[in-house]
Design a protein around this ligand. Structure first.
Ligand SMILES: Cc1cc2nc3c(=O)[nH]c(=O)nc-3n(C[C@H](O)[C@H](O)[C@H](O)COP(=O)(O)OP(=O)(O)OC[C@H]3O[C@@H](n4cnc5c(N)ncnc54)[C@H](O)[C@@H]3O)c2cc1C
Length: 310
């Protein structure tokens, strides 16, 4: 029997949470749909009820005060790139958003959707018949990782570029669930397991993202990809230093979760770079080889520190 399909469009966060209670067995939130719908067409997403968050006004605000910049989760990437407060206080987010997908996709893709977009792997993001032909993989009902031949770990890549920048900027997220509301450092929602990369409760909504702009951070963003548009990350690095000399390097595209390396300007920068090259679990699951991506971490970080110092 074919399951009944539903598409709900709540006007408020409370309505959305009510809808969750009614459809908790098989639902998914959707915002811009640029990740959910692609995964659905490839047979990698099977929720029968979609709850659309894109019409909720309270998720569509950007607020700047003395200490924080607060970005609503349903702000589109295109809106983010045009916001004067974002431009003034965290220009790296504009550079990052412009490096995601294409101008048309950015018109609907949202900030919240980016934080929860699924991990990628060249052996997983394929059509149903392609995956069936190779016997599936750990991320989709198979019993072996095609990239490594291993039976235990899935190494699908974390590819949410905006999350890499936001973690480097020490961002927190405001979460609203059926019974609670709380703030969490963004990095804490990522599990490191390629099959289920988010530790985030399916019934909760990301309301906003808070960036501590009072720390006066400067960041450098770099992204390796096959073409300058439409391509997911093969390696993203964001290096941030704040006014007290705290350094936060974050890597995307090379491990099932964002990789964080912390230090200060009193540390030996070459040692920090060595740590960054060593830390990610890079495997051959991308168009660029594992070794090339590893070498590019060093290249990008050397350039990033030169730019930050100059
Ligand atoms: C061709 C193409 C290229 C792309 N290139 C890139 C790239 O280079 N870099 C990159 O980072 N991404 C890329 N993407 C992925 C995707 O478009 C973006 O990550 C986008 O920002 C996802 O946002 P969305 O609103 O469309 O998410 P959706 O597809 O609507 O949702 C994605 C996930 O987030 C959940 N969700 C959405 N909003 C909320 C919320 N407020 N609270 C709780 N859960 C929520 C949904 O349930 C779903 O699990 C690309 C996509 C395509 C199709």
């Amino acid at each position: 029997m074919i399951a009944e399909k539903k598409f709900l469009k709540p006007a408020t966060v409370s309505e959305a949470l009510e809808a969750v209670q009614q459809h908790k067995d098989n639902f998914s939130f959707i915002a811009g749909g640029t990740d959910v719908m692609v995964n659905k067409f490839q047979g990698n997403h099977d929720a029968s009820c979609l709850i659309d968050l894109s019409g909720i006004k309270e998720l569509k605000q950007i607020i700047l005060d003395q200490e924080y910049l607060k970005i609503g989760s349903a702000i589109t990437l295109d809106e983010l790139t045009k916001d004067p407060d974002v431009k003034k206080s965290v220009p790296v987010l504009i550079e990052t958003a412009r490096a995601i997908a294409s101008p048309i996709i950015r018109k609907t893709a949202t900030v919240g959707g980016n934080l929860l977009c699924d991990n990628r792997c060249i052996f997983y993001n394929q059509s149903e018949w392609w995956r069936e032909a190779v016997g599936y993989c750990l991320k989709c009902d198979g019993d072996i990782c095609i990239a490594t031949g291993g039976k235990k770990n899935c190494f699908s890549k974390f590819v949410a570029d905006l999350a890499v920048s936001l973690i480097s900027l020490n961002a927190s997220i405001e979460i609203v669930g059926p019974d609670d509301k709380y703030l969490l450092p963004l990095e804490e929602i990522y599990s490191g397991d390629g099959v289920n990369p988010h530790k985030f409760s399916k019934s909760s909504i990301i309301k906003s993202i808070r960036i501590p702009i009072h720390r006066q951070m400067r960041s450098v963003f770099k992204k390796l990809r096959q073409r300058e548009t439409m391509e997911f990350s093969s390696l993203t690095t964001v290096t941030t230093i704040d006014q007290s000399g705290n350094i936060r390097i974050v890597l995307g595209g090379v491990d099932p979760r964002p990789v964080i390396i912390e230090g200060t300007d009193a540390d030996d920068i070459q040692e920090l770079i060595k740590k960054a090259v060593k830390k990610p679990r890079i495997v051959d699951n991308d168009v660029f080889s594992r070794l090339y991506r590893k070498e590019m971490i060093e290249v990008y970080l050397q350039h990033s520190f030169q730019e930050l110092i100059s």
